[in-house]
Design a protein around this ligand. Structure first.
Ligand SMILES: [Zn+2]
Ligand SMILES: [Zn+2]
Ligand SMILES: [Zn+2]
Length: 165
């Protein structure tokens, strides 16, 4: 169960290794809970996605993997599907790219603030958005399949350095 979780933009000089370590530990825990294997390729794809708090496209993931070893595109897509199905990553539709989930383990839709300047994303987790959407849908007899919310804007870093568009 997830409690309200405010969207947090990390400072440019934060200890990102801590984010990565925590994400890896949570991913391992989720895999064990679901009886799934966190195979080498799944782990590598996950680590590439967690390189930054910015979404990365499937093609870029493939390119980076291929710098190490020959990797077939379906291998990458299968790993992405696996990570998506387990809720370890989210797909940012407007950028056709993937980002690590900051609170995996509970099924939830992806709500994001996305910086249109540097592409940094912050995930929101407020049950209120989901509740409102599902209530509104119910009232008009609409059946929700997926309700990802992607809000474009300017992150605190870009705002303070005057990079907003
Ligand atoms: Zn970080
Ligand atoms: Zn998430
Ligand atoms: Zn930004």
């Amino acid at each position: 169960m997830h409690s309200p979780y405010p969207a947090v933009f990390t400072d440019a000089d934060h200890d990102h290794q801590r984010c990565v370590s925590r994400a890896l530990a949570e991913a391992e825990r989720v895999c064990i809970d679901r009886g799934q294997r966190f195979t080498t390729i799944r782990r590598k794809v996950f680590e590439l996605i967690w390189q930054q708090h910015k979404p990365i496209g499937a093609y870029q993931i493939l390119e980076e993997l291929q710098q190490e070893a020959r990797t077939a595109p379906p291998t990458v897509y299968r790993a992405l599907d696996f990570l998506l199905n387990l809720g370890l990553i989210h797909r940012i539709a407007s950028l056709n790219a993937f980002i690590g989930c900051v609170h995996p383990g509970a099924t939830h839709e992806g709500y994001f603030f996305i910086c249109s300047s540097c592409r940094t994303c912050a995930e929101l987790n407020t049950a209120a958005i989901s509740r409102e959407i599902h209530q509104a849908a119910q009232q008009c007899g609409f059946v929700v399949q997926d309700s990802a919310v992607e809000v474009m804007g300017t992150c605190p870093d870009c705002t303070s350095t005057g990079k907003q568009q």
